[in-house]
Design a protein around this ligand. Structure first.
Ligand code: HEM
Length: 414
């Protein structure tokens, strides 16, 4: 019998039903931090822990080409996106995103996003109530467009933000949410492909060295410039995840509501505490459940074997809640990062390894910078959290506080 079709029962359906809890539950039942199972019709090995991170991000072990299912490409990442490449092709494409790692770019993004936030707050005050998740996604979308050099009228920002959010919201599900995600991607890829065409023909302008400019001029490993669709896909790979920081903003509001003792130190703007708080939000709350790749050759990990072509799964949510790493993983405790700084391959909400050479998220610095700035602004804002459903269902991927965090009586800081 072909080794790829051995009769381990396929666990794709239980995974979809249990969401974030599925892999940690299986890990709990296993003897070590490794689980053998079957997913998407393939044998699969799930791993966690800093050593597992290094194993997973070693290209001799795990490759990304053909690892990501079509429904995820058609919604979250885009076809032929950087996420799907290995080796030289990945290195050449990743070069496009490396400027994001520089402090200057991070500061520029933070400036644009906070400017959009400060413009929006007086309007929230005039309205009786606002849903923070929706408002934050609009602010982030506007800020991301401004720093990337992509034109966007303020009046269109809400609709574009809804598309950005839909692409993330619908990647791991079937039905209407998924269809909405596919339509949102098609709409936004068309819009940005037209823009790239205009810039190249001289009808539009791209500010020098903006992300739009870099994408229009980029050459891949084959020396060829992007076609317009690929350019649109990679532009979306900076704008969409920046808008997705709205999930962490909603989680921040949830944390401030549940544990109000953190509001004063955050509002005081102490940089060390603010960073620790942002790390704890990214560790504690569920966002990316796991990451997957294909075994590049027959592999052994902790006595478990996986054949070439099998799925290797890094248990992101499980690792961020692993008792052996965090001691009290289900306590929301920013202080843990003051006691011991975040270690590269321990805290992995945005992947592990080195972002310059591997697939780790190049937007982690941007995420942290933006989240810190908005968390401080949120802590300084006056508002009321009326009775609402703030539960965060773990069987929904991605999840968020059910109400999106309704705020009333918003008043800017004096
Ligand atoms: C990759 C999470 C924000 C750009 C990733 C990966 C994760 C992730 C889990 C995959 C890592 C892997 O495959 O090993 C997040 C989360 C974010 C966020 C939770 C905050 C909400 C950002 C931002 C940007 C960005 C703000 C850009 C400004 C990218 C890109 C990749 C990526 C381009 C692909 C990297 C590659 O394949 O080499 N992100 N990210 N992300 N992220 Fe982020």
């Amino acid at each position: 019998m072909d080794v790829l079709s051995r009769p381990l029962i396929d666990r794709t359906l239980p995974l979809l039903a249990e969401g974030y809890a599925w892999l940690p539950n299986r890990m709990r039942d296993s003897t070590g931090p490794v689980v053998r199972t079957r997913l998407l019709g393939r044998p699969a090995l799930a791993l966690r822990g800093p050593e597992a991170v290094r194993f997973f991000y070693d290209e001799r072990n795990v490759r990304r080409h053909r690892a990501i299912p079509e429904p995820v490409l058609a919604t979250l990442f885009g076809h032929e996106a950087v996420h799907t490449l290995d080796g030289d092709a990945h290195r050449a494409r990743k070069a496009l995103f490396l400027p994001l790692l520089t402090p200057d770019r991070v500061a520029g993004t933070v400036e644009r996003v906070t400017e959009a936030w400060d413009e929006a707050v007086p309007e929230w005050s005039r309205r009786g109530s606002v849903v923070l998740f929706d408002e934050a996604s609009t602010v982030l979308t506007l800020g991301a467009h401004r720093w990337a050099g992509i034109p966007l009228d303020d009046s269109d920002a809400g609709a574009v933000a809804r598309d950005m959010i839909a692409m993330v919201d619908g990647f791991a599900t079937a039905g209407p949410r998924h269809l909405r995600a596919r339509r949102a991607r098609a709409r936004q890829e068309d819009r940005l492909a037209r823009l790239v065409r205009d810039v190249r023909s001289g009808e539009g302008a791209a500010p020098a060295d903006s992300m739009l400019d870099l994408v229009c001029r980029h050459r891949d490993a084959d020396g060829e410039p992007f076609d317009e669709k690929k350019a649109a896909v990679e532009l979306l790979n900076v704008v969409r995840p920046t808008a997705a920081v709205a999930w962490f903003v909603a989680f921040t509001a949830h944390a401030l509501h549940r544990w109000p003792q953190h509001r004063a130190p955050l509002a005081a703007g102490d940089p060390a505490f603010t960073t620790a708080f942002a790390h704890e939000v990214r560790r504690f709350y569920p966002f990316a459940p796991f990451l997957g790749g294909l075994a590049a050759r027959d592999l052994m990990w902790r006595g478990e074997w996986i054949p070439a072509g099998g799925l290797v799964v890094l248990d992101v949510y499980g690792q961020n809640h692993d008792e052996s790493l965090w001691g009290d993983p289900y306590a929301f405790r920013p202080q843990r990062f003051l006691e011991r700084p975040a270690q590269r391959d321990e805290l992995i909400p945005q992947g592990g390894g080195d972002p310059a050479t591997g697939h780790r998220c190049p937007g982690e610095g941007v995420t942290l910078g933006v989240l810190e700035a908005l968390a401080v602004r949120l802590a300084r804002l006056e508002y009321t959290v009326p009775e609402q459903n703030l539960t965060i269902p773990l069987n929904r991927v991605p999840t968020r506080p059910h109400s999106g965090v309704l705020l009333t009586g918003v008043r800017p800081p004096a």
